[in-house]
Ligand binder design. Structure first.
Ligand code: G3P
Ligand code: MG
Length: 240
């Protein structure tokens, strides 16, 4: 199995502002071994960590992420919306996040949020950032809901472990996973049945389920063969 049984969602989204360096540091302090974070591009092609295409929910700013350039980041506070304790937390550059995560010895499930960006473009920019900020290949899973983005990745980089993200299981799941030699199916545990995900596992793919915040449900998923549970609340689970 590539990742660990427990993966901190957006860092530790229940205890620190999501997709921040503070959240990643907290995950490491708690003993979480892998984190999931979201990456997208600014208008000047700088990759940064943020979930939404819009700034409003997770920062003191408004407007579209794609309308920003790197020099705008100094005015953005991505922590105060969560709590005063995190005031002034920056919107992290992917390069800084890679350096920190690597330094902390964590594994990384990096989810590419393509939004309206060209899939080839975002895949290649993230690849370029990883070349400039090397990250251990055995601790990296690149995931995306956008199959085209994963295809673009696979066309130029065959060695990276890829996770195809779905909500419900598409009928052509096997074809989609095979096309990119996916390592895993990352699925919404509320939308994919045990019968369905066991079928995927029997075809040789790892399984990661999001976003499970109930430890009893997580235990059941593990027992049913899910390799890793992605959670906002790692503090509720046995951390190993
Ligand atoms: O990668 C798992 C999960 O993060 C996918 O959904 O919307 O939380 O990025 P979302
Ligand atoms: Mg995500």
């Amino acid at each position: 199995m590539l990742t660990s049984r427990l993966i901190g969602h957006r860092g530790v989204a229940s205890l620190a502002p999501e997709n921040t360096l503070a959240g990643i540091r907290l995950a490491a302090e708690m003993g979480v071994k892998w984190v999931e974070v979201d990456v997208t591009l600014l208008g000047d092609d700088t990759p940064i960590l943020i979930h939404d295409a819009d700034l409003a929910r997770c920062s003191n700013a408004e407007g579209l992420v794609i309308d920003l350039s790197r020099r705008d980041l100094k005015n953005i506070d991505a922590g105060s919306w969560f709590s005063k304790e995190y005031a002034g937390e920056p919107l992290p550059l992917l390069s800084d996040a890679l350096t920190l995560i690597s330094h902390l010895g964590l594994g990384l499930n990096l989810e590419i949020k393509t939004h309206s960006i060209d899939p080839d473009k975002i895949a290649h920019i993230v690849q370029s950032c990883l070349r400039s900020n090397p990250f251990p290949a055995d601790k990296l899973l690149i995931s995306s809901f956008e199959h085209e983005t994963l295809q673009a990745w696979y066309q130029t980089e065959k060695k990276t472990a890829l996770g195809y993200l779905v909500e419900a299981l598409p009928d052509d799941w096997q074809q989609r996973l095979d096309m990119i030699r996916a390592r895993s199916l990352n699925f919404d545990w509320q939308q994919v049945s045990a019968r369905e995900f066991m079928m995927v596992k029997e075809s040789g793919f790892e399984l990661y389920s999001y976003t499970c915040n109930d430890p009893e449900q997580g235990e059941l998923l593990w027992q049913q063969g899910v390799d890793g549970v992605i959670t906002d609340y790692p503090q509720r689970f046995p951390i190993s």
